[in-house]
Design a protein around this ligand. Structure first.
Ligand SMILES: [Zn+2]
Length: 253
């Protein structure tokens, strides 16, 4: 049977001399794996459409096992991502995080939209650290992590100064700080941003400008929280951390 879908290539692996196996995250079916015959050959009509980050329409011959990609129509190659090593590193982490977090063929149009908008914003030169942090905060529920971000996770108080507690799974207020001696003493702007990233609708993103110190707080907190609860160990994340040191040394010059 032939099926048409809209999707983004989130993994592309060489298979044999000339073929590729690609994972596509689709609006209609969630994650699917397909064989792209001949796609390793530059002359193949499937070569461009099988590249990582490609957004397009795909025509797939479905079967019991792996489907076969028949043809594709590119909507965007996410060219700006492809041509920038830093953007590539961030986007690679985003697609690997998604790939490792979802099962095959579980439809989630909300997640498709999140992936599409995150990559599109990075492609359009929005702040890649912030886009990545938003994506990470929005992926928490998909991974079964539900931090309490709208009130103190211990006493329920909504007013006061807040810190983040990995142990208590959310923010805690200054009255409760001593109950978790290992709480992360974040600045209040960092707390507000974590809350915002978790709850707000990415489609309504304006221009967020965040100080470098605050970005560092966000990155460290989210990384520690993921390390504690997600069970994920992503190659692209290690690479991202390495390349980020490099980027910071460029920025200083
Ligand atoms: Zn409290």
């Amino acid at each position: 049977m032939l099926t048409k879908c809209e999707g983004i290539v989130i993994r592309s692996t060489d298979y044999g001399e000339t073929n590729k196996i690609i994972n596509i995250y689709t609006r209609e079916f969630g994650k699917i794996g397909v064989m792209a015959r001949g796609a390793k050959k530059p002359s193949s009509r499937l070569a461009a459409i099988s590249q990582l980050f490609t957004y397009g329409h795909f025509l797939i011959q479905t079967s019991k096992g792996l489907g076969t990609l028949q043809q594709g129509e590119m909507i965007s190659s996410m060219r700006a991502i492809r041509e920038d090593i830093f953007k590539t590193a961030y986007a690679s982490y985003i697609v690997e995080l998604l790939d490792k977090s979802v099962e095959d063929k579980k439809t989630n149009p909300y997640l498709f939209e999140l992936l599409y908008m995150t990559l599109q914003y990075i492609n359009e030169d929005y702040d890649m650290d912030i886009m990545t942090n938003i994506f990470e905060m929005k992926m928490l529920n998909v991974l079964g992590m539900y931090p309490i971000m709208n009130q103190c996770a211990l006493c329920g108080e909504k007013e006061g100064r807040f810190a983040f507690s990995i142990r208590e799974n959310g923010i805690i207020c200054h009255r409760c700080f001593e109950k978790d001696p290992y709480h992360l003493a974040l600045s209040q702007p960092a707390i507000k941003l974590l809350r915002l990233f978790y709850y707000f609708d990415i489609g309504r993103l304006g221009n967020i400008s965040v100080k470098p110190e605050t970005k560092k707080e966000l990155r460290n907190t989210i990384s520690m929280y993921y390390d504690e609860y997600s069970g994920l160990h992503l190659k692209s994340k290690r690479f991202l951390d390495q390349i980020d040191h490099l980027r910071q040394s460029f920025d200083r010059n």
